[in-house]
Design a protein around this ligand. Structure first.
Ligand code: ARG
Ligand code: ASP
Length: 714
């Protein structure tokens, strides 16, 4: 097996400035590939301080927070910090019009006031190991039953790794299946909400400033991990005690300046650094423009209602943020790739690759990509477009109706199992309650209308479900009229009726469900999804995956003396770089830091995203900055050159001494194409300065008692 080496496709084309360092590196391989360079850049610790098998180290203070974020321990009593947008779901669930923690913030005055979160967990990495030999040894790419053999070996390794312990384990492919690593984890399930600033701080700038620099978002929230008396994971119990971590981060008040070393340690989700030019073409010309359009429409509708009704604002806050986040990133990504001439660069690289590959097994690889991507693009678009229409806040009531499928199936059985039905009903009622808490019929009606129209216009007829024929026949193709009728006839647009329907559901209601227009609409799309789209899309995806695996291997042979880093795959990684401003466009220079002054500058009571809380303004005008002051103000955010992506949110950002200087939460607009191609001149991660966090806890929230348990370095 080839060594792990970093490819840096881009470095072939762009001269890298001293500050920039592309790559998301594997913790157990730092010693081999990175630590020397890190130390040259200023890092004062060792590779073992970051990751060690036997000693307490930084990795013991980093967790997966929930399902898609990172968090870090900041006290020896299990106190954890992550982003506000990562804790958002939990904060929102505890919020109502009476207790509006989103608007007002929340601060537990002591441990007894901390709020329990059902289904929130944090995951510690206990250890990782290269298991490539065991997984792949003796298997050639054409060995019969190869995939099954791999799966069997993986299952066995996982079983061995977790025998006689409460740990969990999984194995993940790296370098598109050319390497495999085993991860052993410990999952804690009692995680309580300790504090969150008001959204006007934690989400300051909202979707307007999202993905942008200069930034002023106080994007953090605090939680506490609880354990049983043996410090082990346990379900919630009032007898649980604060978890004692092996390690927590000391916090530095010293701040950072241009050129200072920074390191991000967290869980980047997914990148596609090694794909061919046709892939970039598909994304930038075919798939993403269509997805951007449909989301633009959804957002316009939701925004319109949010602006007139505060209750609707709360109801649709999470949904709108979710829709908007990828939407905005896709737009930036297309711009960034374009400015970088990314397709052109990949094509030039591919020309030299081809020359090298001509007399090898890899000779036809790029041609194979070309031929498969024609169809792959069509199906990828159809697949994602259908998800946008049916599932991802496209048609809410219609999607909800599908929740009754299991109940229906339970009655379709020859022998009816009453226990099963009772359980299904209880689950369903819970789900319905949480659905309707955030449901607004008028929005859904407009959404349903627009997505049905767009689907018809933008996808080829072979992907149209039968329902369109029905609409043509019964409503002369008038989608407005059809949706109007659906919303007045379907039971699912009415909470009380639906709740009662679930509660009293019996055999005779199966027919009623089948006849409901929302359910019929769902079924019609579902049939297209299951019959026309998914089978073919899956087959094509598997072929592409296989090609990617071979192409990765080939590229590593082609550039055999380069050092490659693996694409992100939501495993723990190290990114390192330096604090650095940048030039977003001709004639403009961005500084590396923002301050409280900028928050006051943006203050505008007429714009929801820019309403600064009165208390924060008071502190500003009284210059009551305490020990968090720097140059007559309070630092708020900074940018650096660390290579990060989605999932890195909430990651610790540490200085040369390994002290926490901030919490990672975003990337700058000009560089969001870094998932596909990194540009050291433009790619910046955005970090919340820890001094602003402490200032808010101490001065703004008057929750200074929380600082007592932290280790603060002055
Ligand atoms: N862009 C950041 C990330 O991808 C923050 C997202 C949450 N904020 C928002 N305004 N939607 O996670
Ligand atoms: N905001 C992202 C996250 O939630 C981070 C990024 O994409 O840079 O993980």
């Amino acid at each position: 097996m080839k060594n792990i080496i970093s490819l840096l496709i881009v470095s072939v084309f762009i001269s890298i400035s001293a500050e920039a360092k592309e790559g998301m590196w594997i913790p157990i391989l730092l010693k081999k590939y990175n630590i020397e360079e890190m130390q040259q850049m200023g890092f004062k610790l060792t590779a073992e301080d970051i990751y060690s098998v036997n000693e307490a180290c930084m990795k013991d203070a980093v967790v997966i927070f929930g399902g898609g974020c990172t968090g870090e321990l900041i006290s020896d009593e299990g106190l954890l910090i992550t982003n506000h947008h990562c804790g958002f779901g939990a904060i929102q669930k505890h919020s109502s019009v009476e207790h509006d923690y989103l608007t007002n913030g929340f601060w537990a005055k002591d441990k007894s006031e901390e709020l329990i979160n059902e289904n929130l967990k944090v995951t510690f990495l206990k250890g990782m190991k290269d298991v490539t030999e065991t997984v792949l040894g003796g298997l050639e790419s054409d060995t019969e039953g190869r995939l099954d053999s791999i799966q069997n070996r993986i299952d066995k390794l996982v079983e061995e790794a977790t025998k006689d312990s409460h740990y969990s384990a999984h194995i993940k492919p790296f370098f598109h299946g050319n390497q495999y690593f085993l991860f052993v984890n410990e999952v804690y399930k009692d995680v309580r909400l300790v504090g969150a600033p008001p959204s006007a701080i934690g989400k300051f700038g909202g979707d307007t400033d999202n993905w942008m620099w200069p930034r002023h978002t106080g994007d953090f929230s605090l939680f506490r991990i609880y354990a049983n008396k043996d410090n082990e994971p346990a379900e919630y119990s009032k007898d649980n005690v604060p978890y004692k971590p092996l390690k927590h981060f000391p916090i530095s008040l010293k701040g950072v300046k241009e050129g200072d070393f920074t390191m991000v340690f967290g869980y980047p989700g997914s990148t596609e650094q090694y794909v061919p030019a046709v892939h970039l073409k598909m994304i930038t010309e075919q798939v993403n423009p269509a997805l951007i359009d449909i989301r633009t429409q959804k957002l316009n509708i939701i925004k319109k209602y949010q602006e007139t009704d505060p209750a609707v604002r709360i109801q649709y806050a999470t949904k709108a943020a979710r829709i908007s986040n990828s939407w905005k990133r896709w737009i930036g990504e297309i711009k960034g790739l374009d400015k970088l001439n990314a397709i052109d660069k990949k094509e030039k690289y591919e020309a030299s690759f081809q020359e090298w590959a001509n007399d090898k097994d890899y000779a036809n690889m790029l041609k194979d990509y070309q031929s498969i991507y024609k169809t792959y693009g069509e199906y990828k678009l159809a697949y994602n477009y259908l998800l946008e229409v049916v599932y991802r806040n496209g048609m809410e009531a219609v999607n909800l109706s599908s929740q009754f499928k299991k109940l229906k199936a339970a009655y379709d059985k020859d022998e009816i199992d009453i226990d099963e039905i009772t359980k299904l009903k209880t689950d369903l009622e819970k789900r319905l309650t949480s659905f309707y808490k955030d449901y607004y019929k008028e929005i859904d009606k407009e959404l349903t209308t627009i997505v049905l129209k767009m689907y018809k216009e933008n996808l080829d007829e072979r992907f149209h479900p039968d329902i369109y024929k029905y609409i043509d026949k019964k409503y002369k193709g008038n989608i407005n009229k059809y949706v109007e009728a659906l919303f007045s006839k379907s039971i699912f647009t009415n909470q009380e009726v639906t709740m009662a329907f679930a509660k009293n559901f019996s055999a005779k209601d199966v027919k009623k469900l089948d006849k409901d227009p929302a359910y019929q609409l769902f079924q019609s799309f579902y049939k297209t999804y299951g019959k026309t789209i998914v089978p073919k899309y899956k087959k094509l995806s598997a072929q592409v995956k296989d090609l990617n695996s071979q192409y990765m291997k080939a590229q590593m042979e082609f550039k055999s003396d380069a050092v490659f880093y693996p694409d992100a795959n939501f495993t723990l990684r190290v990114s390192y770089g330096k604090v650095a401003g940048y030039e977003p466009k001709d004639g403009v220079v961005f500084k590396n830091h923002t301050t409280l002054n900028g928050i006051i500058e943006k203050d505008n009571p007429d714009i929801y995203d820019y309403r600064v809380p009165a208390r924060l303004k008071e502190l500003y005008y009284a210059k009551d900055f305490g020990q968090y002051e720097s140059n007559g103000t309070v630092p708020v955010c900074f940018v650096a050159t660390n290579h990060t992506t989605g999932g890195n949110s909430g990651s610790p950002v540490v200085n040369a001494n390994g002290e926490l200087i901030g919490v990672n939460f975003d990337r700058a607009w000009e560089g969001v194409m870094s998932d596909l191609m990194f540009n050291p001149e433009q790619c910046r991660n955005i970090t919340l300065d820890i001094r602003y966090v402490l200032f808010l806890i101490d001065k703004f929230a008057d929750a200074g008692y929380l600082l007592d348990e932290m280790t603060i370095v002055k």
